[in-house]
Design a protein around this ligand. Structure first.
Ligand SMILES: Nc1nc2c(c(=O)[nH]1)N[C@H]1C(S)=C(S)[C@@H](COP(=O)(O)OP(=O)(O)OC[C@H]3O[C@@H](n4cnc5c(N)ncnc54)[C@H](O)[C@@H]3O)O[C@H]1N2
Ligand code: MOO
Length: 403
């Protein structure tokens, strides 16, 4: 198969990706979940005119001049409205959040009054509407304030509560199973023997998938045999995974068995090999309803491909309205050479110029095994296939890496 352009590969990965079924969750469980439906306010907020200050509810016309005197006929506090109404020459003691009593159309803050028993003297002229939050100034019953496809923020949860929703309709989290392959891999903290490599890819992949709202299943490391690899794939299916991510064994070496194992398990392959760097040997297909992304083993290739393909897929399955990474505009901080047929995603640091323009500094060594570079990078500089060489100062596009 020929190398597939990145945009075609992404379209293939996202083809037919429908949002997961809906479920109701209580607000405490709803942080970062994706709304399955538009949500409208169940009440008007505030439901009635309320005082924004501690002071006295008055008729503005009675308190329009300094030294006017009023009689305090009662009190209203938050949650305890005053039953009567404020007549001429009268005032009601009121506290922040208290319902403005009938008849009153202004609040005079207590600092602007002198109190003497039931009498107050006005020291600052009242203005109609002053210090009063009118009914519905925040929102009205029926207002749609939270939209389907939104990933709920901390503020959204407070808003949903104020809208009087104890629970929200969200999308079920996609399940992502992650299977590493490679005889050479040993766990962090062990004493690697000759030629052994410490397993690292899965840590970034699990974290990235979870950060995007997926549940992850760890299928461990399969040895480089067809049996071990097919058994890992089968376990992914049995676990009900929506997405299987494999890492390693994607290339053409004698021990790269992932594609063979996927075929033995009946995969409908959609592509193998993309015109991108890093990540050329990535593959994609489906086994039944399970979507499979076969990531390369090199740690940077594995992460960059997951970032570019797994993340939008998780977002699409989660029903998010925005699924694509945003390309930010920036300026090259150093010269870069001409590109070849593969779209390049160069690890880069970002610096802000004095005027706020982000300057992109691609790291010197872009070999796809170099994790220290990846961890230090804040962005990926995107270089289109056959982009000509470009000098420092040229506008460019970057993808920001998660923080
Ligand atoms: N003749 C060719 N050789 C290679 C080609 C090619 O086109 N022709 N492509 C190269 C490219 S590009 C990549 S990327 C790699 C990807 O190969 P694999 O997906 O088969 O990866 P492995 O061989 O299994 O591993 C590569 C490297 O990464 C280490 N690794 C693997 N898994 C993990 C893990 N979970 N944690 C940490 N490190 C891992 C592994 O030990 C190897 O060192 O192929 C090129 N070759
Ligand atoms: O995909 Mo490979 O990353 O070019 O090493």
């Amino acid at each position: 198969m020929a190398l597939m352009p990145v945009s075609d590969a992404l379209a293939a990965v996202l083809a037919g990706a429908e949002p997961q079924p809906e479920e109701m969750v209580v607000l405490d469980q709803a942080f970062h979940r994706v709304l399955a439906r538009d949500v409208a306010a169940r009440r008007t907020q505030p439901p009635e005119a309320m005082s924004a200050m501690d002071g006295y509810a008055v008729r503005a016309s009675d308190a329009a001049t300094i030294d006017s005197q009023l009689t305090v006929i009662g009190e209203v506090a938050a949650g305890r409205p005053f039953a009567g109404s404020v007549g001429t020459g009268e005032a009601v003691r009121i506290f922040t959040g208290g319902v403005v009593p009938a008849g009153a159309d202004a609040v005079v803050i207590q600092e602007d009054t002198v109190a003497d028993g039931k009498r107050i003297t006005i020291k600052e002229a009242a203005l109609p509407g002053r210090h009063i939050r009118r009914a519905g100034v925040d929102f009205a019953e029926g207002d749609v304030l939270l939209r389907k496809g939104t990933r709920l923020t901390d503020r959204d949860l407070a808003l949903a509560a104020a809208m009087n929703h104890p629970q929200l309709p969200v999308r079920r989290r996609p399940k992502v199973a992650i299977l590493a392959t490679g005889d050479e891999l040993v766990m962090p903290g062990s004493a690697p023997g000759p030629g052994q490599i410490v397993y690292s890819n899965g840590y970034a992949l699990h974290a990235l998938a979870r950060q995007e709202g997926a549940d992850t299943i760890d299928l461990g490391v399969a040895a480089d045999t067809l049996d071990a690899t097919t058994s890992g794939i089968r376990r992914a299916r049995e676990s009900g995974a929506d997405i299987l991510i494999t890492t390693g064994g994607a290339s053409v070496g004698d021990h790269d068995l992932v594609q063979q194992a996927l075929k033995a398990e009946g995969i409908a392959m959609s592509f193998w090999k993309i015109a991108m760097r890093p990540g050329k040997p990535m593959m994609h297909g489906r086994i039944g309803a399970m979507r499979v992304i076969g990531l390369p083993g090199n740690p940077v290739s594995s992460y960059v491909c997951a970032f570019l393909f797994m993340v939008p897929l998780i977002r699409a399955l989660s029903g998010r309205s925005v699924i694509h990474h945003r390309r930010e505009r920036a300026v090259l901080g150093r010269d870069v050479g001409a590109n070849d047929v593969r779209e390049d995603y160069l690890r880069a640091r970002l610096e802000l110029r004095d005027d706020g323009t982000p300057i992109v500094l691609p790291v010197n060594h872009q070999d796809s095994s170099l994790l220290a570079n990846l961890a230090a990078a804040q962005a990926l500089l995107v270089r289109a296939p056959f982009a000509p060489k470009a000098e420092a100062g040229t506008p460019c596009e970057v993808l920001l890496l998660p923080v």
